[in-house]
Design a protein around this ligand. Structure first.
Ligand code: ADP
Ligand code: MG
Length: 240
């Protein structure tokens, strides 16, 4: 589903991604962990070309994102992304937020999009919030709407960048449960997360990034119980 080869990214003379190579298979859940500033968000953003690679290749599905001729809007239809800040449109209802992309992009009629929004709200436990404004929702509810919105285009892969980091602690669980359900349904996902317990539980594979590269990759048990690299051992000693 994803094939990244020797990905480099610089912002000016700040060499942020220093060579990332890896693959993500269909239905795999990959968690990316690592210290702040290690390039996790930049890596994730390269997977839907919110950032352009400086060199290397990023293949997602049938598309080469580093090919200048690729239709990036076409590619992004298949990639859902959820951010730390929910980025909901405040002047629209919850249902309208979810309907926006499928209707604007001509994927669904308005009636079909509304029905899909209702299905998705049901799925994230917010069936009664279709007509609500984002401002009236809690952080956990907003993030569940953001996930429903990302799912509205029926993406083949979902990217999450610290989806629970801006939430009050009591709301983290409800959002993680929605992500867990997606994992159980076989959604291919890449999650940048600080929730180590969650990563251990849902990830098929964990990537530890430091200094703009993948320093160690493995199963949750390999990464959390048998870390090999000193930098990973040190990181875990601070966060676990
Ligand atoms: P992480 O998500 O692991 O905390 P980031 O990918 O956000 O790390 O950032 C890695 C480095 O890239 C940081 O030094 C950050 O300042 C820099 N960086 C990220 N985005 C930009 C940008 N749009 N412009 C300039 N520098 C950036
Ligand atoms: Mg980040």
């Amino acid at each position: 589903m994803v094939d990244v080869q020797d990905l480099h990214k610089s912002f000016g003379d700040n060499h942020v991604l220093t060579g990332i190579t890896g693959q993500i298979r269909e239905r795999q859940v990959v968690c990316v962990i690592g210290p702040s500033g290690s390039g996790k968000s930049t890596f994730l953003r390269c997977l839907n070309r919110l950032e352009e690679a400086t060199s290397g290749t990023v293949q997602v599905g049938d598309y080469d994102l580093t090919d200048p001729k690729v239709d990036i809007n076409q590619v992004r239809r298949h990639i859902g992304m959820v951010f730390q800040q929910f980025n909901l449109f405040p002047h629209m209802t919850v249902a309208e937020n979810i309907m926006l992309a499928p209707v604007e992009l001509g994927n669904l009629s308005k009636a079909a999009a509304r029905q899909r929004a209702e299905e998705l709200l049901n799925r994230v436990g917010l069936a009664d919030k279709a007509g609500a404004r984002p401002a009236s929702l809690s952080g956990g509810q907003k993030q569940r709407v953001a996930i429903a919105r990302a799912l509205a285009m029926s993406p083949k892969i979902m990217l999450f960048d610290e989806a629970t980091s801006a939430l009050d602690p009591e709301m983290v669980g409800e959002v993680l449960q929605v992500i867990r359900d997606l994992a159980d349904e076989g959604m291919t996902m890449v999650l940048v997360t600080h929730e180590m317990g969650f990563a251990r539980e849902v990830a098929d594979r964990v990537l530890f990034m430091d200094g703009g590269t993948i320093v160690e990759a493995g199963t949750p048990s390999e990464i959390f119980d048998h870390p090999q690299q000193p930098r990973l051992q040190e990181f875990l000693s601070k966060v676990l």
